[in-house]
Design a protein around this ligand. Structure first.
Ligand code: HEC
Ligand code: HEC
Ligand code: HEC
Ligand code: HEC
Length: 186
């Protein structure tokens, strides 16, 4: 009898631990910009997808396929193809160094700097009932920005002098170019 109870408790705690590990793991999985698109292409929600698609961030991988990129890569790092140079991928591709097991079916490196570069890996928070509640979304991996200074800091993890083509980054102006708010509800 005693042994049975102990075994039961052991199994119960193993189940509990694996549930926690599963929940944590989910927060590391990148679903891909095309997954966010399914909901965020709607006009009512602000069509963030379209704003992103028309921005340079959507082209960041393709830029690495150009002759200009290859010649920069060759002269700086002696690597002929910029798309094979980890140093370039770092700022030009979301989750460039993530293990394959952490990439969802809709993830594509060709999408360059996608939603999850700034909002965090989305598997944990991208369900509708979670997304709708800010606190819940943050608990499930959505990156929270406290204020504009916080946003500027994030931009500058890439827009800085480690970029071989660095141009001065005027935050206020650049943020105007790419911001994508949810419209006010009437
Ligand atoms: C620290 C982040 C960072 C790294 C590392 C980086 N880039 Fe970029 N890259 C950027 C940013 C930000 C821009 C856009 C604005 C700018 O040029 O400052 C850009 C723009 C570019 C452009 C287009 C700019 C133009 O004037 O045509 C090319 C080409 C480019 N990068 C190639 C590369 C190559 C090749 C590497 C690797 C050797 C690389 N980048 C590494 C951040 C980075
Ligand atoms: C270069 C970084 C970056 C990229 C790429 C990006 N976002 Fe954002 N996004 C932000 C920041 C910063 C904010 C403002 C702070 C906040 O609300 O979290 C924001 C805000 C939002 C908001 C909330 C706006 C509001 O009014 O509350 C939504 C929704 C959103 N982004 C969705 C997306 C989707 C979907 C994509 C991809 C198609 C995307 N974002 C790509 C940085 C980015
Ligand atoms: C199943 C639909 C759905 C998917 C998929 C989805 N979202 Fe959302 N998202 C929503 C809804 C609904 C809201 C709330 C809109 C509102 O408040 O009016 C929202 C809100 C947001 C916000 C603002 C949340 C806040 O609390 O500040 C961000 C940022 C965001 N989404 C980013 C993303 C990103 C990035 C992805 C992909 C990884 C994604 N969403 C995938 C439906 C979705
Ligand atoms: C993960 C790296 C990364 C982050 C974070 C990032 N960017 Fe970029 N951004 C790039 C790269 C790479 C390019 C160049 C893409 C190309 O030309 O192919 C770029 C280009 C741009 C451009 C168009 C080029 C220009 O300088 O006119 C704007 C505007 C821009 N980013 C704004 C922002 C803002 C605002 C933020 C913060 C909310 C931000 N970016 C965060 C990597 C990043």
């Amino acid at each position: 009898m005693k042994i049975k109870t102990n075994l039961f408790l052991l199994l119960l705690s193993l189940l509990f631990i694996s549930l926690i590990l599963y929940a944590q793991d989910k927060q590391r999985i990148y679903v891909g910009t095309r997954k966010c698109k399914t909901c965020h292409k709607k006009e009512k929600i602000g069509n963030q997808y379209k704003i992103w698609k028309e921005s340079k961030h959507a082209e960041a991988y393709k830029t690495l396929l150009t002759e200009k990129a290859d010649s920069i890569s060759l002269s700086l790092d002696n690597i002929k193809k910029a798309v094979e140079n980890q140093k370039c991928l770092k700022c030009h591709v979301t989750a460039y160094d993530a293990d394959k097991s952490l990439l969802g079916k809709k993830y594509k490196k060709e999408d360059g700097i996608g939603c999850e570069s700034c909002h965090g890996a989305g598997k944990g928070y991208s369900k509708k009932k979670i997304m709708k509640k800010h606190e819940l979304a943050v608990q499930n991996g959505l990156v929270e920005y406290k204020d504009e200074a916080d946003i500027e800091k994030q931009c500058k993890t890439c827009h800085n002098e480690d970029s071989p083509t660095y141009k001065e980054f005027e935050f206020k102006k650049r943020w105007e170019d790419i911001k994508h708010p949810i419209p006010e509800k009437k």
